[in-house]
Design a binder for this molecule. Structure first.
Ligand code: FAD
Length: 426
């Protein structure tokens, strides 16, 4: 590993989320670098299927400070969006280092250290993870029991109809990707089935619907709760009539397999030549070697602020609103995170991390007390973050059963909210 370069902030990921963070870091005059694994900006958009157009209109598909160069009602193509992102980075002279794959983020004293595959390293006071919500393709386990003669692809691998063999195709998952891919595949020569419940649809996104969605999707709202439970978003650009017109046949959800064929919830099996799984993605933050990850490998955070001082995330679905992962919504979260890191007290002044256990009454009382006193703290549930229990044991003299608080380099076991406030100097 080479000697680390010193910067104020490292942003990992140069997609829309990382670029929006870069815009706000520039505004605050921070010394920063944006690291991206890809060889070009906008790569994640370019790799999506050929016919993809955004379901959000151009008027709402832009980052802070630069409108999308098209009529505001137009649905941009995926390549136009990739071009826009590249132009955005140029316009604000954002320091993006391409072809740089980050493999580790860990602590280096009061700072954080970021290491790339080529051995280069950076030492920073803050790190913002903006690697997107699509790090890993999610496919249900039952896919393994489907006959190997049936070609299976995930929506993240789907590009065009010719990729699938001739014959009927089953698209699993009836959200936006599933509906669009089903229409893309359908032709007079090919029967396409679309499995999954009807997720409904929103009216065409226009001047009033988008701000309304954003408002309705705020934390705690019905829409936000539905999203947090994993509920699919309603259809945007595509209308239910489009599916009908294309000849796509709706079928119930896939409940299992029988004789190597997909088995539907109504007991029917479907003899198909291919399956396209539109069953979602999971973020992949396994390169973060700090005890702030959940069992699935994603970062535990509140509005982008994690339990590790100086570590942030931007671009997560429902980070603050139903529009958080959208190009027109990510700017607000980027701004919140940059304001937080810029206003964060110097590292000698503590930001408390409170480690709690599910069902622990003392933990719940402590957290309530801190909230009442207005203390800025991050909470980590040690049951959900692998490695957190070990970190607590090492830091707090072996006790990982009581509520534990980390303040700078110090650890407190089972303190009252008053003790935390006093120790934190607040
Ligand atoms: C099919 C589809 C259609 C969508 N349509 C719309 C739409 O119409 N309107 C809308 O607003 N939103 C849409 N979205 C949602 C969202 O806008 C996109 O998913 C967008 O790409 C998310 O941007 P991001 O910056 O968070 O992540 P990404 O675009 O995935 O960018 C993440 C970046 O991080 C880099 N990276 C990852 N790991 C590492 C690493 N270890 N080291 C260094 N770099 C790394 C990657 O190279 C990538 O450039 C759509 C999403 C999908 C999947």
């Amino acid at each position: 590993m080479t000697d680390p370069q010193d910067v104020d902030t490292v942003v990992i990921g140069g997609g829309q989320a990382g670029l929006a963070v870069g815009f706000h870091l520039r505004r605050c005059g921070r010394a920063f670098v944006v690291l991206d694994a890809d060889s070009e900006i906008g790569g994640s958009w370019r790799r999506r299927w050929d016919s993809l157009r955004l379901f959000t209109p151009a008027g709402f598909s832009h980052l802070p400070g630069m409108p999308f160069p098209a009529d505001r009602r137009e649905s941009p193509t995926k390549d136009a969006m990739a071009d826009y992102l590249a132009a955005y980075a140029r316009r604000f002279a954002l320091p993006v280092e391409l072809s740089t794959v980050v493999v580790a983020v860990d602590r280096a004293g009061a700072d954080l250290r970021v290491v790339a595959t080529d051995g280069r390293a950076w030492q920073a006071r803050d790190v913002v993870v903006a690697t997107g919500a699509h790090g890993r393709h999610h496919v249900p386990d039952l896919a393994a029991d489907i006959d190997p003669a049936v070609l299976q692809v995930h929506s993240g691998q789907y590009r065009r109809p010719e990729q699938l063999p001739t014959g009927p195709v089953l698209v699993v998952g009836a959200g936006n990707s599933g509906a669009e891919i089903a229409v893309d595949l359908a032709s007079p020569d090919r029967q396409v089935y679309l499995a999954g419940r009807d997720v409904g649809h929103v009216p065409p996104l226009g001047t009033w619907t988008y701000p309304l969605m954003r408002g309705l999707g705020r934390p705690g709202s019905t829409l936000a709760r539905r999203g947090l439970r994993g509920g699919a978003e309603p259809l945007g650009r595509i209308r239910p009539g489009d599916l009908e017109a294309a000849g796509v046949r709706r079928v119930p959800r896939v409940a299992g397999t029988r004789d190597g064929l997909p088995l539907l919830a109504d007991g029917r099996t479907l003899r198909v030549a291919g399956v396209v799984w539109c069953t979602g993605f999971r973020p992949d933050h396994r390169f973060v070697r700090l005890p702030v990850r959940d069992d699935a490998g994603g970062l535990i955070h509140h509005r982008g602020v994690t339990g590790a001082p100086g570590l942030y995330v931007v671009g997560m679905p429902h980070q603050s609103s139903i529009t958080s992962h959208l190009v027109g919504g990510v700017g607000a979260d980027a701004r919140f995170v940059v304001d937080h890191l810029a206003g964060r007290p110097a590292t000698t002044a503590p930001l408390a991390t409170v480690y709690t256990r599910d069902g622990c009454g003392r933990c719940a009382r402590l957290v309530r007390g801190l909230r009442r006193r207005g203390v800025s703290f991050a909470q980590v549930d040690i049951g959900r973050a692998p490695g957190a229990a070990d970190a607590v044991r090492a830091g707090a003299g072996g006790d990982a059963t009581a509520p534990t608080v980390e303040i700078g380099d110090r650890w407190l076991v089972a303190p009252s909210a008053r003790e935390v406030v006093t120790t934190a100097g607040g």
